[in-house]
Design a protein around this ligand. Sequence first.
Ligand code: TRP
Length: 340
Amino acid sequence: MSEAQTEKRKRILSGIQPTGTPTLGNYVGAVRNWALLQKDYDCLYMIADLHALTVRQVPADLRRRTRELAALLLATGIDPVKNVLFVQSHVPAHCELSWILACNTQFGELSRMTQFKDKSAKHPDNVNGGLFTYPVLMAADILIYNADLVPVGQDQTQHLELARNIAGRFNGVYGDTFTLPEGYVPAAGAKLMSLAEPTKKMSKSDTNLNSFVLMTDDKDTIVRKFKRAVTDSDGQVRFDRENKPGVSNLMTIYSVFTGKTMEEIEAEFAGRGYGDFKLAVAEATADALVPVQTEYDRILADKDYVDSVLRDGAERASRLANRTVSKVYRKVGLLQLDRH
Ligand code: TRP
């Protein structure tokens, strides 16, 4: 592809925190789409380790999980040459920009973030400054690359909106500097619900371990978890999110992995019990995850390879990010010395 053509491709940035093994919900709703986007976009994929520190982490676990997550992302088919795969803390420019953006963000704006309110209610013993300024760092992650599109889940749309507002305001004061990012909802995306309480989102922080499937769960575990999934008593495989949230969630999962429509699924299981249906969902899920898990084990066994990908990613990301920071520092009036 020629230089001109490459330049026209829109740029995508997304991030995921290394706070535990991603669930099936993370896979279907986000990670699985990342590998699909590389065909049409210039993608930067970031492991948001600095964001993870807003909640207390066990240092050794955080370090291990960061590398594991990199291996897992590679295993899903993200090409580290076509895309930039990197760890947030390996690109110090994010923190540099974050400070400048913080000075252009109002206390009131940050106070209105619903995630901040939720998280501070959940961890009243650790309402730290980082939790409060988390959306500013996220804005820096996005704006530093002039990302056009940001695939985010529902829980992050308010943060993305804030990033747009910060960018717009900065541009207004200092002249055109940042691209205003837009949210990107992948065509094939779907939000998965908890297997135990299907009106709640599937979450890895759920205390009920049967409420989620992990990307690394083996087939027996997957079958066991789906067998226990909450359904309803009417015994019909029919899509109705409101009245049959459990069955509808399982149908969504089955549809994602088999490509079948809801009508086809209803026909396939007409007159059959939930037992058959749950087993079919479990098998379709395991069939989809096993190849990723095999790749994951293979890649993770080669630590040097994973680290070399991250080193390369950090260098390429830094080159782009440093350019933005330099420009921003100049615009806001920080003295820059000539390089000799
Ligand atoms: N805050 C996001 C989450 O918890 C992760 C994240 C950090 C992110 N920086 C980002 C996502 C930039 C998109 C863009 O899910």
